[in-house]
Write a protein that binds this ligand. Structure first.
Ligand code: AVJ
Length: 327
């Protein structure tokens, strides 16, 4: 049996506050078109619904990526100088990290979990604890802030492998995605690497089944954000009067998710001191899920300053894992 493990929370730092939530909601709902930032999906219920999405037969990202990680773990980790410390951006439930660690068959001095959702961090810690890891550090933070904190905790001579999986990058428009990759590259040094999971362009019918699933779990995931605004910000969204709509925007290579107003209505959000009027069919754009071509992923990584990219692709589900190296 291993020694008692340490499971620390990172030093306290300001939590994204209700004021920040209200200000963001207020700003995004006044944009044209109306929008909501997708990072707010992940409260406790939202994280649980997302876990359900990952198990939907029509949503293949999680299974495809898990299989790639299990199959290629050793190869993925091979070029990193030992010891390796792993930091995962948006770890969610920690399931994929556990798969990678299990298949790697070696021990790592420090694992760092970064997620905006306390519920997700709890799930991940619980899962990884069961593996008897030497040291686990969790950061409840956005990607940028969490990344900085994780790098500050790097054990002196260890190399860092940053995991950015699940096509989380797909939530960002290309210029923002590019900026984030460059930011990751900027905090890394020679010998470090980034493992990036990207969902690939695939037939429209597959994408629409994945993002407008027959069980309507994805619709519930989106709707939960309106419910959260009602509960936390004193919103008056009538949840039954907003329908889910997913469209594939081929030119922009992204699935766009919207809540569409059934009829004319006005919604008040007390904490934002905001009234929003909807005509029939007016919508709120809640999320984008960008899809990539494998070569485009490589190009983006190299443009961000990584020296080399190597890919593992599930040709059937159309999903790519790319390891970008720093030298
Ligand atoms: C967590 C951003 C990767 O875009 O596939 C799944 C989120 N939204 N179904 C995705 C999501 C609706 C997911 N990411």
């Amino acid at each position: 049996m291993s020694k008692p493990d340490t499971h620390r929370r990172a030093p306290a730092s300001p939590q994204p506050s209700e004021a920040g939530f209200a200000a963001d909601i207020c700003e995004y709902l006044q944009r044209t078109p109306r929008q909501l930032p997708s990072k707010y999906f992940y409260d406790e219920l939202g994280s649980a619904i997302f876990e359900a999405i990952c198990r939907l037969p029509w949503y293949r990202i999680t299974r495809a990526e898990s299989a790639l990680l299990a199959r290629h773990a050793r190869q993925i980790l091979a070029p990193l100088p030992r010891p390796v410390t792993i930091a995962e951006l948006g770890c969610g439930s920690g399931e994929k990290l556990a798969i990678l660690l299990g298949a790697a068959g070696e021990r790592f001095p420090l694992i760092q979990l970064i997620d905006i959702s306390p519920a997700a961090l709890d799930m991940a810690q619980y899962r990884l604890r069961a593996l008897g890891l030497p040291s686990l550090l969790s950061h409840r933070a956005t990607y940028e802030e969490g990344l900085d904190r994780a790098i500050r905790q790097r054990p002196g001579k260890a190399s860092v492998l940053v995991l950015f999986l699940g096509s989380n990058i797909g939530n960002f428009d290309p210029p923002v995605a590019r900026g984030l990759l460059a930011r990751i590259r900027g905090v890394l040094r020679e010998g470090d690497a980034l493992l990036l999971g990207s969902d690939l362009v695939k037939p429209e019918r597959d994408l629409l089944l994945a993002y407008d699933d027959p069980l309507q779990v994805t619709a519930a995931f989106n709707l939960n954000l309106l419910r959260r605004i009602n509960d936390e910000l004193g919103g008056t969204f009538d949840l039954g009067r907003f329908a889910h709509r997913a469209v594939w925007n081929a030119a922009e290579r992204r699935v766009e998710m919207h809540r569409v107003s059934r009829g004319r209505q006005t919604v008040r959000i007390a904490a934002a001191n905001l009234d929003v009027a909807f005509e029939p069919d007016d919508s709120i754009w809640t999320e984008s899920s960008h899809k990539y071509e494998p070569s485009q992923v490589l190009d983006e990584g190299l443009a961000a300053g990584f020296s080399r990219g190597e890919q593992w692709i599930d040709a059937d589900a159309r999903f790519a894992l790319t390891r970008f190296s720093v030298s």
